[in-house]
Design a binder for this molecule. Structure first.
Ligand code: URA
Length: 237
């Protein structure tokens, strides 16, 4: 990768132009020596690059776990509301990040934000059937046989859904695991059985659980182990 791109891709506040200026002014060292050529090809496996005397820990992609609060939209831009990208801290921002999957504005919980298009595709593609687990609070008690109805795969607007797993927590609370992401899916599933979702929180994506240490609005990078679990999600359907 070209040195100017290498630097600007890792720091949200360093543009490609700034990156070239920093390189030409000798602030960037490769393997301990100043490199003044912005076009220098960095070998990602073997070259060590430092900026202002600090090693640049190159990450080809970022994977961020956000505990989304209510009132924030899952979009890269929105004219009216704050977006998930606007609430992540500046040190985790960089061009190309987007939410891999949408939660409704009033839904809270786990949103994965990444710039890895291939990984996002692998969890978003309708064919991949990746599991997403939610906590659901209902207006009325869970209808009789709801678990069986959802396990059979109910129909919404004439379209049959994949089987969903419902686990009762209390009279009006349950966990629900679904394998697709249709528009307002969980709210519409409960509407179809005469109930209403009053609170919805996503707890897991592809076998990775929302970190209980993250309060609403907070985020952290995924660990290598968590990234690998998501990468292999298709293997444990
Ligand atoms: N199902 C819904 O109805 N809303 C969400 O935000 C996620 C799943």
């Amino acid at each position: 990768m070209r040195l100017d791109k290498f630097i600007s891709s890792q720091y949200p506040d360093i543009s490609r132009k700034n990156s070239r200026e920093l390189i030409r002014s000798g602030k960037v060292l490769i393997n301990g020596r100043p490199c003044l050529d912005p076009e220098f090809k960095v070998l990602l496996d073997s070259d060590s690059v430092s900026l202002f005397g600090k090693n640049v820990d190159f990450k080809p992609f970022l994977y961020i776990m956000l505990n989304k609060p209510a009132g924030i939209v899952c979009a890269t831009r929105d004219r009216l509301s704050e977006t998930v990208l606007e609430i992540i801290p500046p040190e985790l921002r960089r061009p190309g990040l987007f939410p891999a999957g949408r939660l409704d504005k009033d839904t809270v919980g786990f949103v994965l934000i990444t710039d890895d298009g291939a990984l996002a595709h692998s969890i978003l593609s309708p064919k991949s059937h990746v599991r997403k687990k939610y906590f659901v609070r209902l207006r009325d008690p869970l209808p009789q046989n709801c678990a069986e109805i959802f396990a059979d795969g109910i129909s919404l607007d004439g379209e049959r859904l994949l089987p969903a797993e419902l686990e009762k927590v209390s009279e009006k609370d349950c966990f629900l695991t679904i394998r697709e992401g249709k528009y307002h899916q969980i709210k519409r599933m409960f509407e179809a059985v005469g109930n209403e979702v009053v609170y919805l929180k996503r707890l897991e994506i592809a076998g990775v659980a929302l970190d209980p240490e993250l309060s609403e609005g907070k985020c952290r990078e995924l660990t290598e182990a968590e990234i690998n679990v998501i990468r292999s999600a298709k293997n444990h359907l």
